[in-house]
Design a protein around this ligand. Structure first.
Ligand code: UD1
Ligand code: CA
Length: 459
């Protein structure tokens, strides 16, 4: 079995400079969804026909994990779906007469592998297998024409259909499986005498019927699964549908989601038991949440692992971080990549961390910047304390032992080491090591001028 995915069209109705198939559903390009589904069928080869924006598409796919390498096929002029499949033909093994070719569309992203498997079982050297759908909204789609014996005899595109044919509610999903040898012959005789003057893949169905070849139609009722995206309305509709089905999976695993319509998942999420997710949360990339985790409103979490009992308070952003059990973050904290929080740590409001390893029980409760740091256990970072990790050219590291106390509004100029139990007086600028069990005071001494008169306003 070989798969051909059609993705050469510009998608004029998207009104975008980007190729249509590179628009995201659930944070991943539509074409990437289709490629991933195709790969689950373990085909011999996956051909992807590209034309508009081909280089952009190929480049983007270099960073996606693939099981089977994609065979990129170029269709420089988009002369129709039949013409597109024809471009892939020279690279398809047509010698094997039983070899089925499964055609998928890059703009039909939510098709399931199980459905395709069923379509494939009905394709052999004498049978074409189609996937059709009964829908209340057939507008814009190819209509399935059946004879008196209820056998499929043709597919007519809407713009070529008679008023009577337009009443038909069974439509073409675009997905079909065709025996390779016959496909080659049929594609060779396609004509473009239709309203769009395109070579339609759908025309091979009437050729098959005339030859007495079986045409099997697997009919489904879920029009969302086979919905094609031609404009931004359909993109938004499918995105919502995808989100609802993804969130439903979390609900059935026992996660409490305050409002399933206000959680967006753009990647892969796993959750433990009794985790609660409040409204307007976005989870991106690979996110793992432990048990009894609470995610507050408006939090954005990307590529991170959160242990059990972690509390993320509203408005917090977390990316590329690992959070130990029982930690509390936010409200309005920002954890940047490379943050590793130990158990029972606390990162409070307006604290930013980056490349920061923070030991068990340590706290930065308000207004701090911790970049390129390593903190031991039970440290306390006062409000307004920051590290100067950047000298304008290079980044340097700051290291704190256990039980270090950094007074409010202090500056730690990296590279610098503060040993166990070091104590920094508020407002200090620390640029050299503080030994264990020492107090560092690095600020000018206070001077009081008695009887001082405030300036008076000029008359
Ligand atoms: C197509 C089907 C229609 C079906 C509908 C389902 C044909 C003639 N029509 O119509 O019966 O109901 O899909 O969604 O097949 N493409 C190319 N090269 C081309 C033309 C298209 O690669 O020359 C690709 C597009 O990028 C797209 C897919 O093929 O991914 C479908 O093309 P599109 O123009 O969207 O076809 P529809 O009008 O939706
Ligand atoms: Ca389409």
């Amino acid at each position: 079995m070989e798969v051909v995915i059609l993705a050469a069209g510009k998608g004029t109705r998207m009104h975008s400079a980007h190729p249509k198939v590179m628009h995201d559903i659930g944070g991943k390009p539509m074409l990437a969804h289709v490629v991933a589904t195709a790969q689950r069928l373990q085909p011999e080869k996956v051909h992807v026909v590209v034309g508009f924006g081909a280089e952009t598409i190929k480049l983007a796919f270099e960073s996606f994990p693939l099981q089977v390498a994609i065979n990129w096929v170029s269709q420089s002029e988009q002369l129709g779906t039949g013409h597109a499949v024809q471009q892939a033909l020279p690279q398809i093994d047509v010698g094997a007469a039983d070899n089925p070719v499964l055609v998928l569309f890059g703009d039909v992203p939510l098709i399931k592998a199980g459905t395709l498997q069923a379509v494939l079982t009905h394709c052999n050297r004498d049978s074409v297998s189609l996937l059709t759908v009964n829908t209340q909204k057939p507008e814009g789609l190819g209509r399935i024409i059946r004879n008196d014996e209820n056998q499929v005899t043709a597919i007519i595109e809407e713009r070529d259909a008679s008023a009577e044919q337009k009443q038909i509610k069974e439509v073409n999903s675009g997905i079909m499986a065709i025996p390779a040898a016959r496909l080659e012959r049929w594609l060779g005789s396609l004509q473009n005498n239709n309203d769009q003057q395109e070579y339609y893949l759908t025309d091979i169905v009437s050729m098959a019927a005339q030859e007495g070849c079986n045409i099997n139609a697997s009919v489904i009722d879920d029009d969302m699964e086979v919905m094609g995206v031609n404009d931004k309305h359909q993109l938004a509709l499918l995105e919502r549908h995808y989100q609802m089905t993804t969130v439903e999976k979390l609900l059935s695993e026992g996660v409490t989601v305050r409002d399933p319509a206000r959680l967006d998942i753009r990647g892969d999420v796993s959750c433990g038991k009794d985790t609660i997710i409040d409204c307007n949360v976005i989870l991106e990339g690979s996110v793992s949440l432990g048990s009894n985790v609470e995610i507050g409103a408006n939090a954005v979490i990307k590529d991170s692992v959160l242990g059990d009992g972690v509390k993320v308070l509203p408005g917090t952003q977390i990316e590329g971080s690992t959070i130990g059990n029982g930690a509390s973050i936010g409200p309005m904290a920002r954890l940047r990549p490379g943050t590793e929080l130990g158990e029972e740590t606390k990162i409070g409001n307006f604290v930013e961390t980056k490349n920061a390893k923070i030991g068990k029980g340590s706290k930065a409760s308000h207004l701090a910047y911790l970049g390129d740091v390593e903190l031991g256990e039970n440290c306390n970072i006062g409000a307004g304390a920051i590290v100067c990790n950047y000298d304008g050219v290079n980044k340097h590291k700051t290291t704190l032992g256990d039980n270090v106390f950094v007074g409010s509004n202090s500056v730690l100029v990296a590279p610098v080491v503060l040993e166990d139990n070091a104590f920094v007086a508020a407002g200090s600028a620390i640029n050299s090591a503080v030994p264990a069990d020492s107090l560092a005071v690095a600020r000018s001494k206070q001077r009081n001028i008695s009887g001082w008169k405030r300036p008076a306003k000029n008359k």
